[in-house]
Design a protein around this ligand. Sequence first.
Ligand code: ATP
Length: 248
Amino acid sequence: EFEQLGWALRVLENTDSTNAEALRLLSSGAPPPFVVLAETQTSGRGRRGREWVSPPAQNLYYTLALTITGGPQRLSGLSLVVGLAVMHALRQLGVERAGVKWPNDIYVDGKKIAGILLELTGDPADVCHVVIGVGINVNMIADAVEIGQAWTSMRVESGNLVDRNELARVLSRSLQHYLNRHTDEGFSGLRAEWESNNIWRGQRCCLSAGSQHIKGLVLGVDEQGALRLMVDGQESRFSGGELSLRLD
Ligand code: ATP
């Protein structure tokens, strides 16, 4: 399957994080595209250095490394498109109510089921590499782990044990489909689809950037994937990897 996609595959028992491993492979000259999968991560990461809880053998810890050419506009909306790809893979495997939260988490009924972390190396204005990390809660069940916010897993949602190899295949096909569309159409071609799956459209939310908090109504996203928020009767737009959105 991975051969069909033209993606090399590396499966590890244990690593610090699949993104960190992919970045090391890139810097030692491994040619993208390739995928790194691990059974467990000893320091799984979210954004802003936060922890991604990664118990062994239950979940999916997946990183796709790619080359991006054509300038910074090719990165516009990329993390949102990855969110759509993950959402679709989950729906295909029975998690029908999966939706996207800006900028790139996947939720089911207010609970986080998957997280995404994009990291770049090289020069975005020229040729750069991106590693796309995807953590999906697959067969993890409650009381096994302590996570600081509401979460769920594919098993909790579907009632069945999920085959992680099958998930890796379905996810890879979905990523290839959406990344190709992103290359062809840009984010603007996928914006309507993102919007119709935006779990917090029309809701009052609080956007945090470090110690700063901004309250507003979620209007949606613009053509570049920036968040559109109605703040004190005026529309504002926000983008950047350090921002975090919560229900108010
Ligand atoms: P937020 O979810 O608060 O908006 P964020 O989108 O920046 O923050 P990430 O950095 O993507 O979140 O993920 C890290 C956070 O996700 C952790 O702080 C923790 O609350 C939560 N988390 C960690 N591991 C898991 C997991 N396996 N499943 C669901 N949520 C998790």
